[in-house]
Design a protein around this ligand. Structure first.
Ligand code: PXL
Length: 275
């Protein structure tokens, strides 16, 4: 006998990172691991170039093809929760903004991936501005890293937890979204510190740093884990706490390859290192 099941459905609108560490691949693995049914609309394909110091080669997906994917997805499922990762061009941002505005959402989690290596500086600036103008105001939850926090908060430097709190406050006031501003390994000290602010609660989340080198996929995985937890009904603060623990275990059990950086392993939290 068989019957249909109804796991929470989570969509990521994100790019492919071919080596599997970041982007849509990281999002889908995270969704699976945390018990949601993962769906992707691909916005771009990033292929690191081993002949050029592993820099990004970036190819956008045609906006009509992005619109087609979203049409199929939004017609197939009654969605309430979406994660936005790398968009990469103003044309992609227009297309994604239209799709987001075409229905009501409970959760729009934005990982505000700003300027990406391998893009034209001029094009990247346009993209940065379009993301702030068209996508950030729609977000219910935003997860800027150190650099993105400075950019979104209009601050020249973030050197302390107090600075990170100020950034979280400014970004919340500008967007209305719940903010998790990530210090990661960029702030000095023993702990990887993130600041949560929802307009009322300001909470500093800490976990001991696992090494002091950033690991590929940590930002994508954190936002994807928040997305999955919100879809399962967690509060924003619970989702942030669970996501941070999931990322810490994924970094502890990271995967090395011939790239100069290791990749987080989404299976780390459940299984520990592979035998
Ligand atoms: O980690 C940011 C990121 C997001 N999405 C894609 C990427 C990267 C970084 O490499 O390639 C597709």
């Amino acid at each position: 006998m068989s019957s249909t099941t109804h796991p929470p459905v989570t969509l990521t609108i994100a790019g492919s990172e071919a080596t599997g560490g970041a982007g849509a691949q990281a999002d889908l693995k995270t969704f699976q691991e945390l018990g949601t049914y993962g769906i992707t609309a691909l916005t771009c394909i990033v292929s690191f170039d081993p002949k050029d110091d592993w820099n990004h080669r970036f190819v956008p997906v045609d906006p009509q093809v992005i619109a087609d994917q979203l049409e199929a997805i939004q017609t197939a499922y009654d969605l309430g929760t979406v994660k936005i990762g790398m968009l990469g061009t103003p044309a992609t941002i227009d297309t994604v903004a239209k799709a987001l505005q075409s229905q009501a959402w409970t959760n729009i989690v934005l990982d505000p991936v700003l300027i990406c290596k391998g893009q034209e500086p001029g094009a990247a600036l346009d993209t940065d501005q379009a993301l702030k103008a068209q996508i950030l105001p729609l977000a219910t939850f935003v997860t800027p890293n150190h650099f993105e926090s400075m950019s979104l908060a209009g601050m020249d430097s973030i050197d302390s937890v107090e600075d990170l709190k100020e950034a979280a406050k400014r970004i919340h006031e500008a967007s209305g979204a719940v903010v998790l501003a990530k210090g990661g390994v960029r702030l000095e000290g023993e702990d990887a510190v993130d600041v949560f602010y929802d307009g009322e609660t300001m909470e500093v989340l800490r976990a001991p740093k696992v090494g002091d080198v950033a690991v590929s996929g940590a930002g994508c995985t954190l936002a994807a884990a928040i997305t999955a937890e919100l879809a399962k009904g967690a509060t924003p603060l619970e989702a942030a706490r669970t996501a941070k623990a999931f990322v810490t275990e994924g970094i502890r059990n990271r995967v090395s390859s011939h790239t100069p950086f290791d990749a987080l392993w989404q299976g780390g939290a459940a299984s520990g290192p592979a035998l």
